[in-house]
Design a protein around this ligand. Structure first.
Ligand code: SME
Length: 158
């Protein structure tokens, strides 16, 4: 059992490249999706220094807060609402450089300035929820985050 994650790179892509094999190895040791989502959030938040990292899972046609790391968050989001509900509706990743400029953005914390939301799929390629990552700085996310976060998500089995 690997007990900790070691990151030596100082740039974002370098950190992600070191994270991927370590997260794969960590998640392979456990089959429970909630346990794995919980550690996934902890590893990402503390390795990448994000403000908030969490899952919203589709239950009875709405998104319900799942495992997360960071401050208190809203618990339910309707389809098409906010960044998370839009990413669900489109089944596509949404990068928001400035949350104040995203129409309908749901502000769980006024400290969150930019975010990326990725759809999460099960093994039948059905969407089961979204991963939401928030930063307390503007313009934190780009194609590099999209690429590595989706690679990391593919290590989770639903
Ligand atoms: N900002 C998100 C809501 C979730 S929180 O940021 C944790 C949205 O607009 O969907």
């Amino acid at each position: 059992m690997s007990e900790s994650i070691h990151i030596t790179a100082s740039n974002k892509e370098g950190k992600y490249k070191e994270l991927v094999p370590q997260v794969k190895s960590l998640l392979q040791q456990e089959t429970d999706p909630v346990a794995n989502m919980a550690n996934f959030c902890a590893v990402l938040k503390y390795s990448m220094h994000f403000f908030w990292v969490g899952f919203y899972l589709i239950k009875n046609n709405e998104l319900v807060l799942g495992p997360f790391q960071g401050p208190l968050a809203c618990t339910r989001i309707q389809k098409g609402r906010g960044v998370c509900g839009s990413a669900w509706q489109k089944a596509e990743t949404i990068v928001v450089p400035n949350v104040d400029e995203f129409p309908g953005h749901i502000a769980c914390s006024s400290l969150s300035k930019s975010e990326i939301v990725l759809p999460v799929f099960n093994s039948n390629n059905q969407i089961v929820g979204v991963l939401d990552v928030d930063s307390d700085e503007l313009n934190s996310f780009d194609d590099c985050d999209k690429k590595y976060l989706s690679e990391l998500l593919s290590c989770l089995k639903f």
